[in-house]
Design a binder for this molecule. Structure first.
Ligand SMILES: [Zn+2]
Length: 283
């Protein structure tokens, strides 16, 4: 599943390749892709035809492209991709929505093999679409306030990883980057948030920003070649992961074997020595 750095990479690509261009035509090839646009596929198409994209923005894993006062909102789900490529490129069977531009140049295609992703048009959503207003800012946004986050965290009685994955507290942090940031700050995922010192929370946020920045840097080069792309979990950052997916391998810091624990229907990876399990943890 694409995480925040991958989505940010897509945002940057859309900004470069699509912003400022006017749609000639919009074709919904699979209605499921616009299922959250309640007025239906024909309305989605009609509202975008002839209009101009004005930038590409992001909060957490949501993207939105302002068109006048409105915005086209995109969520990539598990396997969604926004691809920019030549108009004569063969149409893959997974293309769900196809956008052509008035300048006759490259096309934008929304492809989604597993169809969990979606697009919709949010009226008056240019600044912040109402469908994503309930999501807390992500740590790469200027709107993210570490002090507010630390305060909210302290008042919750939960485990630190659960809190990191809670979109009402902080958005955009998925399983992979949560594990990486916790390892860097030597915090076990079950540490109780109400017992964490503010300095530990500040350090954790810095670590989250650090892993995001490194992932962005790693993904920045693969981009301009042909496509605005998302590779999902098999993506380019895999090589740089310290603990995630590395059960039984040595911890890069101390050599102890990485451990995997089941966590919220997924897995958590920790170094048992660097990240000792708390006595009164909250899973
Ligand atoms: Zn270790």
């Amino acid at each position: 599943m694409p995480e925040l750095p991958e989505v940010e990479t897509v945002r940057g690509g859309l900004q470069r390749h699509v912003s400022g261009r006017t749609f000639a035509d919009v074709q919904v090839l699979h209605p499921r892709a616009v299922r959250r646009h309640l007025a239906g596929p024909a309305d989605f198409e009609a509202r975008l035809r002839g209009r101009q994209f004005d930038g590409a923005r992001r909060r957490g894993k949501y993207l939105w492209l302002p068109v006048g006062d409105d915005a086209m909102v995109a969520h990539l789900g598990m396997s969604g991709q926004l691809l920019v490529g030549p108009p004569d490129a063969p149409l893959s069977p997974h293309v769900r929505v196809r956008f052509t531009f008035a300048d006759g140049g490259s096309e934008l295609r929304f492809t989604d093999q597993r169809t969990f992703g979606h697009l919709l048009l949010a009226a008056d959503g240019a600044e912040l679409p109402s469908v994503i207003a309930h999501i807390a800012p992500d740590p790469l946004e200027s709107a993210f306030d570490p002090v507010w986050f630390a305060y909210r965290l302290h008042s919750r009685k939960t485990g630190i990883k659960r809190a990191l994955l809670d979109q009402s507290l902080i958005s955009g942090v998925g399983n992979i980057y949560a594990d990486e940031a916790l390892w860097r700050t030597k915090l076990h995922f079950a540490r109780a948030t109400d017992r964490l010192r503010p300095s530990a929370i500040v350090g954790l946020i810095a670590a989250v920003r650090e892993v995001f920045a490194e992932a962005l840097l790693a993904g920045g080069t693969s981009f301009d070649s042909l496509y605005v792309n998302v590779n999902g979990e098999s993506g380019y950052f895999d090589r740089s992961l310290s603990v995630y997916g590395r059960e039984g391998e040595p911890c890069p810091r101390c050599g102890t074997r990485i451990r995997r624990d089941p966590f919220m229907n997924r897995s958590s990876y920790t170094c048992p020595k660097c990240q000792p399990r708390p006595r009164n943890g909250r899973w």
